[in-house]
Design a protein around this ligand. Structure first.
Ligand SMILES: [Zn+2]
Length: 248
């Protein structure tokens, strides 16, 4: 499903799958994240080249997770930008990591990397950590659109993984609140106004309190910020990851 934020920015994602953003810029099209499936990535490439009739300028991976990077294979001859940490983590994926994933046979890491920040015209990329240590955002300054990657989940529970850092995640969200944007594209779920940053902050703070034992599970379940989110199994899985982190 292709949704339009405006005439130049499109969001492709459905039913909680990872969003892909297509943004028409003066020198070509920028694509942020490439989905889990090469078939979907190919359709996105066709949309850019045959429907929009534009050249692809470059791609960005917000972080290493397969649902944001596996479609890279379709863009192998294009320039792909990510943090150096994202590239490193993709290079480290072994057979064990890939065994239950629809790996297309070949992982394609970035062709150009940055440490903390990268700028190309009015496109600003910054690594913030939180969801994963390499989690990065992309800011389309001209369009006032923030592509938050998996730092924001809207309508769906968050993926809290073994290398998530809740404190870093919360401080990243606090700094994103200061960005001058009209729209936020989450890693999963519908794009929304900046209010989705506040919901995400409240959500993670409550999870922190649950793990600390200062709030009960029943209280969490009665909060619409939890009960209305899809994929409740992600919530239980995230809690398990946090408890395992504490046990270390
Ligand atoms: Zn992720």
């Amino acid at each position: 499903m292709i949704q339009k934020i405006n005439e130049r920015v499109f969001v492709i994602g459905s039913e909680g799958s990872a969003n892909v953003v297509v943004a028409v810029q003066p020198k070509g099209v920028i694509i942020v994240d490439t989905s889990l499936f090469s078939e979907k990535a190919q359709k996105i490439r066709d949309f850019v080249e045959n429907v929009l009739k534009r050249e692809i300028q470059f791609l960005v991976n917000t972080h290493y997770h397969p649902d944001h990077t596996f479609g890279n294979i379709v863009f192998e001859n294009k320039s792909i930008i990510s943090s150096s940490l994202t590239r490193e983590k993709i290079m480290l994926m072994d057979e064990h990591y890939l065994e239950n994933l629809p790996a297309s046979g070949k992982l394609v890491p970035a062709t150009a990397t940055f440490e903390d920040e990268y700028r190309e015209g009015q496109v600003f990329i910054k690594r913030m950590g939180g969801h994963t240590p390499d989690s990065s955002i992309v800011l389309l300054e001209q369009e006032r659109v923030l592509i938050a990657g998996d730092l924001v989940f809207n309508d769906f529970h968050a993926e809290i993984v073994s290398d998530s850092d809740l404190d870093a995640w919360l401080s990243a969200l606090e700094s994103l609140r200061k960005y001058r944007v009209d729209w936020v594209v989450p890693g999963h779920g519908n794009f929304a106004d900046k209010g989705c940053l506040d919901s995400m902050i409240r959500y993670l703070k409550k999870i922190q309190r649950l793990v600390d034992g200062t709030i009960t599970y029943a209280e969490i379940l009665s909060d619409e910020n939890f009960s209305k989110r899809g994929f409740p199994e992600l919530f239980s899985w995230g809690l398990e990851n946090l408890v395992a982190q504490r046990a270390k």
